[in-house]
Write a protein that binds this ligand. Structure first.
Ligand code: GLA
Length: 382
């Protein structure tokens, strides 16, 4: 863990490169999703938890746009938000500026410095942490108070409509609405939010395999889900979301679909059931049950959604064998990090043995760190 907080990182970056103090700073957290993967574009529930690692955005008004990130070599990028996207990290900020402008929440120009303690591309929602924090900080400059729900809308449209990642709303929602000591049950069909107690420390084991979402596998899975839904609606016209298919109908539904779509559908329907069960277990504090459901969920991602990678499969199997309650590849997949839940007295052993087995197989030591459930977007003191 870096020694400086993300806010301090962003502020010192700003001061060093722009030679003045920022006028406002906001930060937003990364997340793990405990369970409910690939639900948020299929109308199912998700159960994310905000992490203590965050991204902070320091801003001051200017007459043009200048962006700077500690993760991207600390070079000042002069950007015109009206120009075409560049397929660079700055696209995320341009996207936020455009969407803020659409709700009259953007200043005319700004200097922007980004500091983060999150690993970018590790499936921990570094992009939503950036877009939500940037939306908050820039709207402060424009003297426009956006509610958490409005911040979610701006950040979601930035990533989905502007950058073109066909994500759902899970990442922006947890970044904006998280409360310390809780996981957030978010029903993506109705928008209902329920905060469930989570006091335990959660562990993150990074596979070290980075994923780039833009135009990649996530978009493909989203298209497959849409196609499966369209085909099933020929039989059940009232079906609004794939996740709402009654599990008892799977025996009839799956033969109607070509094999890959049948597998995707089976994941989506069974994951909805698992996530609802995990939420009930979490409410009762039954973390062992949550863990068992996480392992089943990972297996479903491996065989049916085909979004896991061997590094993650090994971490899950190893953690469970050495006494974890559960573990699961979190986020979109095809790289990223595994979230591990383990009883406090077994954590040290679980993590040490998992890292050892990972090193034996892949020849390197994975990054492992712990976090409590943290809070959502906030203004930081300058
Ligand atoms: C990515 C997307 C989310 C969600 C997950 C899969 O993180 O940004 O909206 O779809 O993948 O659960």
């Amino acid at each position: 863990m870096p020694l400086l907080s993300p806010a301090r990182l962003a502020i010192s970056l700003f001061e060093n490169h722009f030679g003045s103090r920022p006028a406002a700073v906001a930060s937003a957290p990364g997340r793990v999703n405990l369970i409910g993967e690939h639900m948020d574009y299929n109308g199912g529930p998700v159960l994310p938890v905000a992490l203590q690692r965050r991204t902070a955005v320091a801003v001051a008004p200017a007459d043009r746009w200048e962006f700077l990130s500690g993760e991207e070599g600390g070079v000042i990028e002069r950007v015109d938000p009206a120009a075409p996207m560049r397929r660079a990290w700055t696209d995320y900020l341009v996207a936020v500026v455009r969407e803020l402008a659409a709700v009259e929440g953007s200043p005319r120009g700004a200097r922007v410095a980004v500091g983060t303690t999150l690993t970018v591309g590790a499936g921990l929602s570094s992009s939503a942490a950036l877009t939500v924090a940037a939306a908050k900080a820039l709207s402060l400059l424009a003297r426009r108070r956006l509610t958490p729900a409005e911040l979610v809308d701006v950040a979601f449209r930035a990533e989905h409509d502007q950058v073109g990642v066909r994500c759902g709303r899970m990442d922006q929602t947890i970044a904006a609405h998280a409360r310390p000591g809780t996981a957030l049950l978010f029903d993506t069909a109705t928008g209902a939010l329920t905060w469930l107690p989570l006091r335990a420390r959660i562990w993150i084991v990074d596979t070290g395999i980075s994923h780039r979402l833009t135009g990649g596998e996530l978009n493909r899975r989203r298209a497959e889900s849409g196609e499966a839904l369209a085909r099933l609606r020929e039989r059940w016209p009232a079906l609004r979301h794939l996740a709402q298919l009654d599990p008892d109908l799977l025996d009839i539904a799956l033969p109607l679909l070509p094999p890959p779509l049948a597998r995707r559908t089976r994941h989506v329907v069974t994951e909805r059931v698992r996530t609802e069960a995990a939420a009930r277990a979490l409410q009762r504090g039954a973390l062992d049950e949550v863990g068992g459901l996480m392992v089943e969920g990972h297996e479903s991602l491996r065989t049916d959604y085909e979004s896991t990678i061997p590094e993650a499969d090994l971490i899950v199997a190893s953690a469970v064998r050495h006494g974890a309650w559960g573990a699961r590849l979190t986020g979109a997949g095809w790289g990223g990090a595994v979230v591990v839940l383990a009883p406090p007295e077994r954590q040290a052993r679980v993590l040490a043995e998992t890292a050892r087995e990972f090193r034996e197989r892949f020849g390197r030591v994975p990054e492992v760190w712990g976090s409590r459930a943290a809070g959502g977007v906030r203004r930081e003191r300058v």
